[in-house]
Design a binder for this molecule. Sequence first.
Ligand SMILES: Cc1ncc(COP(=O)(O)O)c(C=O)c1O
Length: 287
Amino acid sequence: MIANVNGKICGGDDAVVSVFDHGFVFGEGVYETLRTYERRPFLLERHLQRLRASAAMIDLALPLDDAEIGRRIAETIAAVEGGTEVYLRILVTPGPGEFSYDPTARRNPTFVIIARTFAPPSPGLYAMGVTITVVSISRSQPNSVNPLIKSNNLLPNAMAMREAMRRGAYEGLMLNYRGEITECTQSNFFIVKQDAILTPPLESGLLAGITRELIIECARETGVPLEETVIRMHDLLTADEAFLSSTTRELVPVVQVDRHVIGTGQPGAVTTRLLGAFRERAVRLSR
Ligand SMILES: Cc1ncc(COP(=O)(O)O)c(C=O)c1O
């Protein structure tokens, strides 16, 4: 694992930031997770757009333009030894300052890129599918800390994921205060019903996942009907297929939710076709 801290590349042990950073003191900050395809950062422009949008929502001005961020990312990828693909996490925090919520109290944001070789999930995961669980922690409402903000402050997600792990589940599915399905702790969520794909709308309170966006584009391109619509537990329990999505995992079939088996209990045909289309598109877009 290596890191680029404010433009300086260093090994894991030497990567340090100030304890007075408001990222540490107040838990303020935003991040992005990227991976490479063929050693090139995938959909960098979209990730930077979302990073800027997240930063704006917490009154944080990014200290670098896209060209400079691109340069730092390229240098950091080049410094990762071995392996074919690279995992990248970009973190931006307000930087050190007096203990005050006043945004003028901090003047030098901290810009970190963490990188390591990317190990894709095992093929067995895609062949067998996974079991997820509905967790007790709600996804926050858009008028609280808006889930559109990809915030470094991941306490609810971490607690929800630990609940899922205690139950032996691969992921935790989070509902909102109205009981609508939103997303998983680290991924977006989809169901398939009568050959149509359904996914919760952003208004239900979820991250605008970049993989989710690409899946919507893939479905359009391949003529599979896809609708962003409110999904409740009844819809999930009567679904033919389900899957989750994220940058590092692409599309992972979900075959069981708690004790309930989805469809045939095997990864479904629509999910499998879409995963193939997604991978083709990913390679095409990364060239
Ligand atoms: C809460 C949450 N939802 C969805 C996603 C998937 O987003 P993306 O496809 O942009 O990786 C993530 C990824 O980390 C996440 O943390």
